[in-house]
Ligand binder design. Structure first.
Ligand code: GLN
Length: 305
């Protein structure tokens, strides 16, 4: 297994020259495009790692499934899906166009930016600090890492330049899918995206999904199975944005990517996988991560189909 992982990482490194690190959030452009890493956490507790698996990066959109779990626990399924849909888009992750044209006047799904911003607005708390603390508690629990922190430079960089997200926030307030103060909602969203992780952290989160919401060590059911199933299904159909169909064919497991270069996967009953490679393709997915995962899926027959 170790030999296999080392080889897949090495082969995937060659592909990193074909992509680009995200630069629309200026702070992200500092990443080293040649980095590639993977961590696997099996539901039986076994761990495997290769490449740059300890390198830190910001979680970005990999945060979306976790915040959706929190929103479901805070509000229930009916309320959440009255504000956000559950249909794939076929449009880029930061697209604004369907906000006006999609029937129902709500963002299409919680895995794209618009939908995730609407979901962040549903997190309960007396003020933004408490809302973020509650989110962060869940991130720490699922990643099995009590030391997670926010990268304040990335947070500020995104807050200062995130005008497309800001535009969507105000538009959704007009639609009624966001209530409350838009700037506060955006701060919460930018903050959740700026949590710093490594491959192990997101592999642990993946393992939690693979284990249907039960703590790997204690067996405690932390999130109801129904909510876990909803979020895994939405990851399967929408988690890789407008490349979700191709990913389902090539890898075949629920997954979520982020522009920091991370991809989190859950292989039901078997393992969580975290990959990292900040060189991205045109759709905003990690080029090396996609290659690592499709090779691994072939070798270990990971597809759920
Ligand atoms: N913070 C990023 C944004 O809102 C997240 C996007 C992503 O990872 N695809 O643009």
């Amino acid at each position: 297994m170790q030999v296999l992982l080392d080889k897949i990482v090495e082969d995937s490194k060659k592909l990193t020259a074909k992509g680009k690190v995200a630069s629309y959030i200026p702070e992200l452009s500092k990443a080293d495009a040649s980095h590639v890493g993977i961590a696997i956490v099996q539901t039986n507790g076994k761990i495997r790692c290769a490449g740059d698996y300890m390198t830190k990066f910001t979680i970005q959109s990999v945060s979306k499934p976790i915040v959706l779990l929190q929103a479901l626990m805070d509000n229930g399924e009916e309320e959440v899906f009255s504000r956000v849909g559950m249909e794939p888009t076929g449009d880029p992750f930061n697209s604004i166009i369907r906000l006006e044209t999609f029937d129902g006047s709500k963002p299409l799904n919680p895995m794209i930016n618009a939908g995730a911003i609407a979901v962040s607005s549903l997190i309960k708390g007396k003020d933004n600090a408490e809302r973020f603390d509650r989110m962060m508690t869940l991130f720490k629990q699922l990643s099995n890492n009590p030391d997670l922190t926010v990268n304040e430079d990335v947070f500020m960089s995104e807050k200062l330049t995130g005008d497309r997200n800001r535009a969507m926030g105000y538009f959704m307030k007009d639609l009624g899918s966001i209530r409350g103060n838009v700037e506060e909602v955006l701060d919460l969203y930018f903050r959740q995206c700026s949590i710093e992780v490594n491959c192990m952290d997101i592999a642990n989160i993946g393992a939690f999904f693979a284990n249907h919401g039960r703590d790997l060590v204690t067996g405690e059911q932390i999130v109801p199975v129904r909510y876990m199933n909803i979020v895994k299904t939405v990851m399967m159909t929408c988690g890789m944005y407008d490349a979700s169909g191709e990913f389902a064919v090539n890898v075949g497991v629920p997954a979520k990517s982020g522009v920091g270069g991370g991809i989190m996967c859950a292989v039901p009953n078997r393992m969580g996988i975290g990959t990292f490679g900040p060189s991205l393709d045109k759709k905003g997915n990690s080029i090396a991560g996609l290659n690592v995962l499709s090779e691994l899926s072939k070798e270990l027959q990971l597809s759920i189909f």
